[in-house]
Structure formats: C-alpha cells, structure tokens
Ligand binder design. Sequence first.
Ligand SMILES: C[S@@+](CC[C@H](N)C(=O)[O-])C[C@H]1O[C@@H](n2cnc3c(N)ncnc32)[C@H](O)[C@@H]1O
Length: 298
Amino acid sequence: MNYHVPVLLHESVEGLNIVPNGTYVDATFGGGGHSSLILKKISKGTLFGFDQDEDAKRNIPDNSQFVFVHHNFRYIKRFLRFYNVSQVDGILADLGVSSHHFDTPERGFSFRFNAALDMRMDCTTQLTARDVVNTYEKHALTTIFREYGELSQAHAIASAIVQERTVAEIVTTEDLKRVCKRFCNPKTESKILSQLFQALRIEVNKEMDVLQDFLQAGLDVLKPGGRFVIITYHSLEDRMVKNFFKTGNIQGQVNKDFFGNSESPFEIISKKIIVPSADELQQNNRARSAKLRIAQKI
Ligand SMILES: C[S@@+](CC[C@H](N)C(=O)[O-])C[C@H]1O[C@@H](n2cnc3c(N)ncnc32)[C@H](O)[C@@H]1O
C-alpha cells in the first residue's frame, strides 16, 4: 500500500522559492513526497526531514544532501543547533497524520478497523486515546470534542462515554463506536466518527501546543527572506497559522509601531488561501480539507 500521496505538492514546494544551495526543513517528512521534490531542486543544499514516527524511517532517501531527524518538530531549533545550523532558507510543514497512520489498523487512528485506542504518532510517548477516553473528566472531553472535532453533540457524547466507563473500560475503537452509535444515523455516522477520532488524535499528540511552539521556533530559525510554508487540515490549526503569519502571534493581535504601522515579522505571499485543484481532489480525496499558507520572513 502507498505510504502517503503528497498533498499540494507543487504549490507548496514552489512556495519555498528554493535556491539551489539553500538549507531547508521538511518538518513532516512522512512518506517523503515533499522531500523528494525539494531534493530535486537543491543541487548543493541540505534538507533536514523531521518525523516523530519511527515508521517514517523506512522512506529515508539514499541522498547525502538529506538528514533525517527522528524527533518532534516542536524542537526544530534545538535539533538544527545540534547540526550546527542556526538559520534556514525555508520550512515546509504538512500537518497532521499520513495515510499510513489511517491505513495501519493497529495504530488505532481509524474507525474503519477494530484496534486498541492508541493514536500516538510517536509510540514512545505515554498518553494514548484509551487514557483520554477513560480518565479525562466530562468537561475536558466536551471541550476536546467541541474544539478539536467541532462536534455539535460534544457534551452528549462526552456524557455517554463517562457513563459507559463506569460499567467497563473503553478499550478498542469498536467499544468507542458502540458508545457513539446512538448519536449517529447511517448518513451522519462517518462524519461524526471522523470528527470524534480527529479530536482524540489532536489531544493525544498535543497538536495545538506543538504547532504553537513550532511557529515561534520556525520564525526564530528562518533567515530574513526565508519562507514558511504550511498545509493545514482543520480550522483551528489554520486559524493559528493565519494569525501567526499576519501578526507574529497566535492570537492575531496586531502590534503597531510609533507611526501606527502594523508590525509583523512576515510578508504574506499567499494573499488568497491555496486549496487543492479539482484534478488533485479527484485523484486524492484525502486532500479535501487541505489549506496552504505561505509567508516570507521580513
Ligand atoms: C501529512 S503527513 C506528511 C506527509 C509528507 N508530506 C509526504 O509527502 O509524505 C504528516 C507527517 O508528519 C509527522 N508529524 C506530525 N506531527 C509531527 C510532529 N509534531 N513532529 C514530527 N513529525 C510530525 C507524522 O508522523 C506524519 O508522518
């Protein structure tokens, strides 16, 4: 099975505005689709590919210009420093999980298979989806389902989970589906389960906290003129990126200088948000919620 089909491949790599001897970071190496195109464009440069998932190692290219960093991209600054790199020409991040995660039953990311509720991208971390579902208080579950899953029935589903676990621990994806069944009908089931599983995955992997750290660290390591290219897949992360590119902070708080001019560390390159073409969507349905934003450090 294909590990992952890269999304917005040409649009995002073009967004990096590659110089052949530059230093670049692919923060989300995965199946290496974006990395492989970047490597074609750097004749003398270097590409650092980060991925926290052990499985991504199987896609490491045999190329002396490529350095694989098996770590969380929130520590990009620390690991680049380890390689004696203080500034880079461009950073690309294609957020979230890969098709490999969804298509590997035992990782527990997909409601299509019965498996243990895991959902960790980095299997050395402690917190699993099983822990979240069985130990978080009702209000915390409600918040996660509402904010990360945009589930209108967040409170009702959280209540049902809390009720169910007084009887028996919720251990598998099937257990969780059974609890949620009463909130779904055949038309809404797939959407509701996708939203629920997405919410849990974001919590397990602390994706919003990680993104916040990464944006700041990325800004610090970019050279003036360097490009930040980010593909997001849900509205919360897109809003965070949009605010950060516009203002340099995730709240989107516009700071003004003495003369009243807005101060931002970036020039926005993608004036209009970039989404996959109809052609791409026809070939890859998993690209459907992708949004690409590009900014250049001033
Ligand atoms: C959408 S996939 C990227 C696919 C890749 N662009 C390609 O063309 O194959 C996201 C990848 O980033 C990794 N990832 C997600 N969050 C990460 C993080 N905080 N640190 C390091 N890797 C991360 C995941 O393990 C996954 O392999």
